[in-house]
Design a protein around this ligand. Structure first.
Ligand code: ZN
Length: 288
């Protein structure tokens, strides 16, 4: 996206609404940050006002929104973070802005930020996972985010990696996120906070726990490699703050797997490049 065009990305989080005008896919040349109103109508009005202000500088710039949550079968929006249940968010946003509004899930936006300008740049097929309270992520196929029925994105964390395994919050058993999330890592270490676990692992401690945990991540990734044949895998989410130790651990666990070494060893496993600005950059990448 080195076309010099300005696209606007708006990232609606639980505490702040962040608008950024993005040039060349990743340069944020203008920012506006406000507190998030927890009322959908107020939120729509604020977002529209921020957009108008940005467009006074960048007339006609296309924009899109990144937000945690999902559209339900009624076409309304559910977002736990803001206490939104069945809210007609698109209608409110479009009413306030006076135009069509593209709203995308924050996981998809984080992935598209990596695709536009980060770890997955230029990939035709790629996988992004986020390791945090749960396991999230998405898939890029033919350079676009893979969408299923009703525009629902892949739910990688609820792929089953253990037959009849642990019960998951989603109602299934044996979901990948029960074993590969930061929450699971903490449980494996007897409930120790994740940052303490990471600090110990960094000093060479908890070797067994770390080996099992990275193996759990690797086994899920190998299944995803079988299905999607990606060029690269990006790892983001809160746990990616652990840095090199996580990427190295996952790469080592993958290398220990004979099947992976046979078929997939050319796939790049990389840390996500964007953290705080992922929502802005990813939404801007989807703006048209
Ligand atoms: Zn699940």
């Amino acid at each position: 996206m080195g076309d010099g065009m300005i696209r606007i990305g708006i990232d609606i989080g639980g505490t702040t609404v962040k608008l950024g005008a993005v040039e060349n896919g990743c340069d944020i040349v203008y920012r506006d940050t406000r507190s998030t109103p927890h009322d959908a109508r107020d939120l729509s009005l604020l977002t529209a006002a921020m957009l108008r202000q940005a467009r006074a500088r960048y007339p006609g710039a296309p924009f899109a929104l990144s937000m945690a949550g999902a559209f339900n079968e009624n076409g309304n929006f559910d977002a736990n973070m803001l206490g939104f249940e069945n809210v007609p968010l698109r209608q409110l946003m479009e009413g306030a802005a006076g135009e069509c509004v593209r709203i995308e899930n924050d996981g998809i936006c984080a992935m598209m930020a990596e695709h536009a300008a980060g770890a997955l740049k230029g990939c035709s097929a790629a996988v992004m996972i986020t390791l945090g309270t749960g396991v999230g992520g998405g898939v890029i196929v033919n350079g676009r985010p893979l969408k299923g029925k009703r525009g629902v994105q892949a739910e990688l964390g609820h792929m089953i990696t253990h037959v009849d395994g642990k019960p998951c919050s989603c109602g299934q058993t044996g979901c990948w996120e029960c074993y590969a999330s930061a929450t699971a890592l903490s449980e494996m270490a007897g409930g120790m906070p994740v940052k303490d676990v990471i600090a110990l692992v960094r000093e060479g401690g908890l070797a067994d726990v770390w080996k099992i945990y990275t193996h759990e991540i690797a086994q899920g990734l190998i299944s995803l490699c079988s299905i999607f044949s990606p060029e690269a895998i990006a790892i983001g989410g809160g746990l990616s703050n652990a840095g090199d130790i996580l990427i190295t651990g996952v790469r080592e666990a993958l290398a220990r797997d004979r099947g992976y070494s046979l078929y997939y060893s050319g796939i790049r496993v990389l840390p996500a490049a964007f953290r705080n600005d992922a929502g802005i950059i990813g939404a801007a990448a989807l703006a048209e």
